[in-house]
Design a protein around this ligand. Structure first.
Ligand code: NAD
Length: 557
């Protein structure tokens, strides 16, 4: 007998405040962050336990969820809970400094690492797709993607436009779950965003949440308005109701060259994601059902032309990059040999940050009180006064980002900075300046925690794109260092067979023991990234390694 279970908002409400429901703050933090991931304000489809990113889940099924909750409440301060693809499978004796939870999600032996095999196992109830922060209980809603996108455009601004996108035209497409962050990230960097989107409701939704400024339906009028804003140096975002291919074709016809050009349509999925330019939305919805083969063929044709237009605009002078949706691979599969002539966003913009140990550092207030995040915001702002893009982000985040679930903040910090911030947070907890412990984590898209050859590790200078020893070492050293929970996942971001990545979360509970763990983990975790990038040959990473005594020659001399 199978009963259909639904998310129960009362039963699964995230505990807040200072009263423990578990036997220690670390277990309590894991419990609160797990339930926070599933909070309907945070999760996309809590009834299916899906947090984000297609089918990224926090627990395998409701039975497993109930059992994880029970286990976390039962767990002693010298024990560790093992979670295997979203299901709790055992509690083992460890020690006080060991992680309280060890998680492995979606791991398959490489030869079996395909969606087909995974789907079979999932149907049998044997596996779950953990994505990155879904199955490792540190997703914080859309703030994460806004900040990552902001950081990418800030890096573009620094590299090519003297530090700001003011007076630049930035063209892209797709205003979906993730792509919807683009207009806000571009205007936060003071630029003009012109974004093609086929579905009207998506544009409306972004306007309602104040991520987007204007909706327009006429392509030429939208281009004209964007050029006017560019000329005036106005920060403005325009969603234009059309197919990306049509917008790009018109730009080419009018010889208008965007300053930056990318794309966030769901090109990773040619059937349920991408909408071909030869179909209207209505026709697309019908054909997808009636003749999926024909639909996919049209998608591929369209993506081929889409990338061709991007290459044309690139040759006319647009700074063009792929935004992690695999559109280049799709075009190449359809015979466009030079599809990879424009780079992915990581080698183009993010890699230098990784070389300095920078990555998506984030934290949440377990008290549930936004005032606690205000205290941490102020602390971070005072701690890194020289970091301009960080200062701008903190100011804008306060104005524009609504908290979802537990109040949280994200900002990119590098080697040395993360440690400093973590210890300062622990001090805030110790001295009662915040009401309850702070939980610190990061995305798996980070400097030392992921191997993903079409994304995070694309085009490494020594050709080590597919080497996955690094995320494994990262998980091992974070376990050894005493992170609060550690996770090792497969397939996040780009799908089965394409990535291996690790997560870590650490709790600042105000104790001296936590000081020691924080100092170790927040040094070692980005440290693996600095070492990895130095090993691949980056001078910036070698300098960072020397500066922070992560360099083996120096350590051995
Ligand atoms: P989504 O499915 O929620 O949204 C995609 C949007 O694109 C939809 O609104 C759809 O109507 C629109 N669209 C599809 N085809 C179009 C076309 N030809 N022209 C104009 N609009 C079109 O997906 P999402 O969560 O927003 O993610 C988008 C893509 O970006 C995915 O492939 C995702 O993997 C990728 N992504 C990568 C990163 C990264 O690497 N950092 C981050 C976020 C998203």
């Amino acid at each position: 007998t199978t009963t259909i279970r639904r998310y129960d908002p009362v039963k699964y409400a995230t505990p807040t405040g200072t009263t423990l429901t578990c036997k220690g703050w670390i277990q309590e933090a894991a419990l609160r962050m797990l339930l926070n991931n599933l909070n309907p304000e945070v999760a996309e489809r809590p009834d299916d336990l899906i947090v984000y990113g297609g089918r990224g889940k926090a627990a395998r099924n409701f039975e497993s969820l109930d059992l994880i909750i029970k286990a976390l409440k039962h767990l002693e301060n010298d024990e560790s809970l093992l979670v295997q693809s979203g299901k709790p499978v055992g509690i083992l004796k460890t020690h006080a400094d060991a992680p309280r939870v060890l998680i492995s999600n979606s791991q398959l032996v490489p030869k079996w690492a395909t969606w087909e095999h995974f789907d079979e196992l999932e149907k049998k109830g044997l596996m779950m797709y953990g994505q990155m922060t879904a199955g490792s209980w540190i997703y914080i809603g859309s703030q994460g993607i806004v900040q990552g996108t902001y950081e990418t455009y800030a890096a573009a601004a620094n590299k090519d436009f003297g530090g700001t996108l003011k007076g630049t035209l930035n063209v892209t497409a797709g205003l979906g779950g993730m792509g919807g962050a683009q207009p806000l990230a571009i205007t936060m960097n003071e630029g003009v965003a012109l974004i093609a989107e086929v579905e009207g409701w998506r544009i409306n939704k972004r306007i309602e949440t104040r991520y987007l400024d204007l909706k327009m339906t006429d392509i030429d009028a939208a281009i004209d308005r964007a050029l006017e804003a560019k000329q005036k140096g106005e920060a403005l975002s325009i969603g234009v109701l059309c197919n990306a291919v049509h917008l790009l074709a018109r730009l080419i016809e009018r010889k208008i060259v965007p300053d930056t050009l990318t794309d966030q349509t769901s090109a990773h999925d040619p059937l349920i994601g991408y909408i071909p330019h030869t179909l209207t939305l209505e026709q697309a919805n019908i054909l997808r059902e009636s003749n999926p083969q024909e639909y996919i063929a049209r998608s591929y044709e369209s993506m081929h032309l889409h990338v061709q237009h991007m290459l044309t605009l690139q040759s006319m002078g647009a700074i063009t990059f792929d935004y992690g949706n695999n559109i280049r691979a799709r075009a190449k599969e359809h015979g466009l040999e030079n599809a990879f002539d424009f780079p992915g966003f990581v080698p183009a913009y993010i890699r230098p940050l990784f070389c300095e140990g920078k990555g998506p550092f984030r934290w949440a207030a377990l008290s549930g009180d936004p005032a606690d995040i205000a205290v941490t915001d102020e602390l971070i702002a005072n701690m890194f006064p020289q970091n301009e893009s960080l200062q701008r982000w903190l100011k804008l985040a306060k104005e524009k980002i609504a908290f979802q679930g537990l109040p949280a903040r994200i900002c990119w910090l590098g080697q040395g900075e993360r440690e400093k911030a973590g210890l300062a947070f622990n001090e805030l907890v110790r001295t009662g300046k915040v009401k309850a412990p702070i939980v610190i984590g990061r995305d798996h898209l980070d400097t030392g925690s992921v191997a993903s050859p079409n994304r995070e590790t694309e085009a490494m200078p020594d050709g080590s794109d597919a080497v996955a020893d690094w995320p494994l070492l990262n998980a091992l050293v974070n376990t050894a260092g005493g992170a609060s929970w550690v996770s090792l996942h497969h397939g996040g971001g780009v799908g089965m067979g394409y990535s291996i990545h690790a997560g870590m979360v650490i709790v600042a509970d105000g104790t001296e023991a936590a000081d020691k763990r924080l100092a170790r983990v927040l040094r070692n975790d980005p440290g693996v990234g600095v070492i990895r990038h130095a090993d691949a040959g980056y001078d910036l990473a070698k300098d960072t390694a020397r500066k922070h005594r992560l360099d083996l020659d120096q350590q051995l001399s």
